[in-house]
Design a protein around this ligand. Structure first.
Ligand code: NI
Ligand code: MN
Length: 227
């Protein structure tokens, strides 16, 4: 399984023959090096919530690739009704679904979720993926919350946590999150895109090594981690 950071909160997940995107945001993203047309074939797109920096390029890629868009019920409906996406799967917090590449469970996140046109975007979420016998937890946009310990009880191989601060938890709270989740590896996300969420990721990694049992992996944009 291969995880590639595409900048901001966008990830490419490759497992078996499947290529899955999480929260693709390239258009008007100063940190992105990809374009919506430049990623090749994608079969599923996971969307954590309705904010523009998570939904920006979903519809264009879904239409180009006939990809299935997986999101909370309200966001999935919005893509279907207003963005012309044909294949959507709406779910909600605590629900899981078996997809061709593995199991996807929608986890709680402490965040908001309006859509760019002001539509109601339901509840912000994270995703727990189980594929190739590995468990990958994408916390997505969230504050630190104590139920992360319960998510970690399942045994997490890789946790992907926001460290940008301002809109999500920052570096200090992410350290607390890592202690609760106790993953084998931890990857930072949702930082460095704009000055308000600039962070020193190497300094964060040093703090992770000193304070937790997790192994931090800081990726450059478009770099990959294999697990
Ligand atoms: Ni957000
Ligand atoms: Mn965001």
């Amino acid at each position: 399984m291969k995880l590639t950071w595409l900048g901001h909160a966008s990830w490419l997940i490759e497992t078996g023959s499947h290529r899955i995107l999480l929260d693709p945001f390239f258009t008007d993203n100063p940190a992105a090096q990809q374009t919506p047309d430049g990623l090749g074939e994608i079969d599923h797109i996971l969307v954590s919530h309705g904010h523009f920096d998570h939904v920006a390029d979903v519809a264009a890629i879904a239409k180009r690739c006939q990809a299935k868009v997986v999101a909370n019920f309200e966001v999935a409906q919005w893509f279907s009704a207003h963005q012309g996406v044909e294949d959507t799967l709406g779910m909600n917090i605590g629900g899981g679904v078996d997809l061709p590449f593995g199991r996807v469970t929608m986890t709680f996140a402490v965040h908001s979720s309006s859509l760019p046109d002001g539509s109601y975007g339901g509840t912000a979420a994270g995703f727990l993926l189980t594929c190739e016998e590995k468990r990958i937890y994408f916390a997505c946009d969230t504050a630190l919350f104590s139920d992360m310990e319960w998510i970690g009880d399942k045994g997490i191989d890789v946790a992907v946590l926001p460290i940008g601060d301002l809109f999500t938890m920052g570096p200090a709270d992410s350290i607390e999150a890592i202690k609760l989740i106790n993953p084998r590896y931890v990857l930072p996300t949702h930082y460095g895109t704009w000055p308000p969420i600039e962070q020193d990721a190497e300094k964060w990694a040093q703090q992770v090594r000193e304070a937790t049992r997790a192994e931090p992996r800081v990726l450059a944009v478009d770099a990959s981690f294999e697990c």
